[in-house]
Design a protein around this ligand. Sequence first.
Ligand code: GUN
Length: 284
Amino acid sequence: MAKIIDGKAVSAKVKEQVRKEAETLREKGIEIGLAVVIVGDNPASRVYVNNKKKACAEVGFNSYEYALPEETTEAELLELVEKLNSDGKVNGILVQLPLPKHINENAIINAIRPDKDVDAFHPENVGHIMIGDFSFLPCTPAGVMELIAETGVDVCSKNCVVIGRSNIVGKPMAMLLLHKNGTVTICHSRTKNLAEICSNADILVAAVGKAGFVTPDMVKEGAVVIDVGMNRNTEGKLCGDVDYAACFDKAGYITPVPGGVGPMTIAMLMRNTLTAAKIKNNMV
Ligand code: GUN
């Protein structure tokens, strides 16, 4: 039977550390600000953005929301990013993805100042992550690393399998596991023998975006199973990529959805925003 990794509890710990540090900075007259930009009315994005604003309030950051209509042009969004780049009150800029189809996401990401890029999506920050010399960790993979650390399982020399190769999760996730000396395999839609590869994983990270994708035959006895998925099942209920009930007895540790990786992503965003403020004030 698996032990449940409590993402809410770990995220509360991280946010409390951030809150305390932010308080110390405030006593020195330094306020911390995060700008959150949302374009259009994607309901999932709206929930994420609201949660990010709520977390800012919890840790004592100022949050500045820019909710723009679906018809916003790329030029208009670039203009806003430029304005935020030069706004001294803004330490971090987060443009919620996905953006409407008529806006080139890469053009927007590339326009964000790397030292305010608290998502760590800018190519300069991605390069830093690749090299292993970074200030900002990508939020979701960094949150997953915290959850793995919480189990006490050492990543060094473990077989780590990441299912999914997105720029937001799969690729940076693989890098962070590699930096901890894991033996890392990235699986994706064209992978052959996926179940067999996964069933050899000591640490399995699922970031596929398909409800119930990971079944017990893909889970090694006692493995750490981390579920990054955030899907709705046919009844509209939130669920991950892992068939949680079916895999529960086989895994050694497992994250629930909700209450696993989701709260960690936001906690790591708060940590990155704090880091941005510390860098700006020569405190790192
Ligand atoms: N959309 C889904 N996840 C994320 C994230 O971590 N950051 C941003 N900006 N958009 C997202």
